[in-house]
Design a protein around this ligand. Structure first.
Ligand code: AMP
Ligand code: ZN
Length: 480
């Protein structure tokens, strides 16, 4: 590969850093557990995709051809990790008086819009669970005899039939923690549904025929099936939020072992991002303020400020959300954009990087990214490159562009006016602001300070703060 430092990633399976060795030379195949589309994703969920995207970008930077799959769960995910209870999709549909298919489409579109706003690259494939139900049934049939048993409520996976069940979670196999749901007849607490039969006398909106009767697939089954179908097994890296380390991914691993008749886990490396928390603890859709990306935008924050906020922390650390942190990230982003705009203005094109300091900075950047995605340090390398004086602008631009490819801001095309987001509460258009500011400038030239002050007050009343002599050269900002 082109860059010097070997790529090391933290594998949740072994709980240690491991050097990345691709299954297929020169390629990196990655599967990311995606959203359950019964509601909007909150910004905590979006942290998981910023992480997966950054991982993908780092793999591209290291020279691997990336094959990334993100799934969309539009069936099968129950209202808890347990096997009893309502399907999230069906429940949301009946609450909204809509079909489950309409609900799925609406929230998938909303999710994709947020993906784009955060500069998360399009994966090689979005895999939609309902497209794969026939394949799930085939998968289940192939493991049913040796690894499953049937009850009135469905087909269950017998976790005692595979070696070392739960090794990812490091939980006891029998009576594992947190598994409190009761399903009559289950052989072990940790056993889970592969296929959930529609109860007699009921119909589900989403149901399919199967050898075990009409019903719907279990949630864990879909990820095993889609990752195997699109990436083959074993593939390189499986990602998700840290909650998946406890139940969802151990169950996927058990299915993979059964399907492959092997002890390997389906993926070589399992990676988990830690949670975004707020002061009250883990962010959730049901408690506290539901922070989705649009809420940040409504308050005047550009989505990329949130991306930067995520990258300032290591993906394995908890990150506490606060409006102050977000405001600080926005200021840092503005500085970067200002700096890069100036470099862009003085460079006709990106040149070959020869300046020793730039070469050294890129090596530091590479080392940081290669050390389990140390984006916090990588960001400081980018800041340093932007701040460098007396360096050929073309070379500088080339170095910045290379770093930006990993960090994902799109600095080659981002202008400071792009970062202005009008809060919902502000009732004034950009042309009106500029027009008022021009009149105010003229009043000041004319030494008509009464008019100048009045125009300033007029803007303040509309939520706009005038910034005379701002070091970053901004004429105005939105009062948030
Ligand atoms: P869900 O739509 O609930 O299946 O979650 C989508 C993704 O977001 C999964 O990978 C979760 O592990 C992850 N996730 C959920 N809550 C958070 C959070 N507060 N911070 C970071 N990731 C999260
Ligand atoms: Zn999954």
């Amino acid at each position: 590969m082109t860059d010097a430092a070997p790529l090391k990633l933290f594998n949740s399976l072994t709980r240690q850093l491991e050097e990345f060795q691709p299954v297929h030379p020169g390629e990196a195949r990655v599967y990311t557990c995606g959203p359950t589309v019964y509601n909007f994703q909150h910004i905590g969920n979006m942290r998981a995709y910023v992480f997966a995207d950054t991982l993908g970008r780092a793999l591209s930077f290291k020279g691997y051809a990336l094959k990334h799959v993100i799934n969309i769960t539009d069936v099968g995910h129950l209202t808890s990790d347990a096997d009893a209870g309502d399907d999230k999709m069906e429940k949301a549909a009946s609450a909204a008086g809509k079909s489950a298919w309409d609900i799925a489409k609406f929230y998938t579109d909303a999710y994709w819009a947020d993906i784009a706003r955060l500069h998360i690259r399009q994966p090689f494939q979005w895999s939609i669970a309902t497209d794969y139900v026939p394949r799930m049934i085939e998968f289940a049939k192939s493991i049913a005899d040796k690894h499953c048993y049937e009850l009135d409520s469905g087909l269950y996976f017998d976790t005692s039939t595979v070696a070392d069940y739960g090794r990812l979670a490091r939980a006891a196999t029998e009576d594992g923690e947190g598994r409190i749901e009761q399903v009559d007849g289950k052989r072990h607490q940790a056993d889970f549904a592969i296929w959930r039969k529609t109860p007699v006398g009921e119909t589900r909106q989403m149901e399919w025929d199967s050898p075990w009767g009409k019903g719907a697939p279990g949630w864990h089954l879909e990820c095993s099936v889609m990752s195997e179908a699109l990436l083959g097994m074993p593939f390189d890296i499986h990602t998700g939020g840290i909650d998946h380390r406890e139940i969802h991914h151990p169950n996927e691993i058990a299915q993979n072992q059964a399907y492959c008749s092997s002890d390997h886990s389906g993926a070589r490396i399992w990676m988990h991002n830690n949670f975004l928390i707020d002061r009250g603890g883990k962010m959730s859709k049901s408690t506290g303020e539901f922070l989705r990306l649009q809420v940040l935008v409504d308050r005047g924050f550009h989505p990329l400020a949130y991306r930067l906020m995520c990258l300032q922390a290591h993906y394995r650390s908890e990150l506490e959300f606060s409006w102050d942190n977000l405001a600080a990230a926005l200021t840092r982003l503005k500085r970067m954009v200002m700096g890069v705009t100036n470099v862009r203005a003085s460079a006709s094109m990106a040149g070959d990087i020869e300046h020793p300091k730039l070469v050294e900075l890129l090596a530091q950047f590479d080392a940081a990214v290669s050390e389990d995605l140390n984006t916090a340090v990588a960001l400081t390398c980018l800041d340093e490159a932007i701040a460098m004086k007396k360096v050929d602008a073309g070379q500088k631009l080339a170095a910045i562009s290379r770093m930006d490819d990993v960090l994902g801001f799109g600095l080659m095309a981002l202008d400071r006016s792009d970062l202005r987001v009008r809060p919902k509460a502000v009732d004034i258009g950009e042309s009106e602001i500029e027009d008022t500011l021009t009149r105010r400038k003229q009043a000041r030239v004319d030494k008509d300070f009464a008019t100048s002050d009045a125009l300033r007050d007029e803007l303040i009343a509309k939520g706009i703060e005038v910034m005379d002599g701002d070091p970053l050269g901004w004429d105005w900002k939105l009062e948030i």
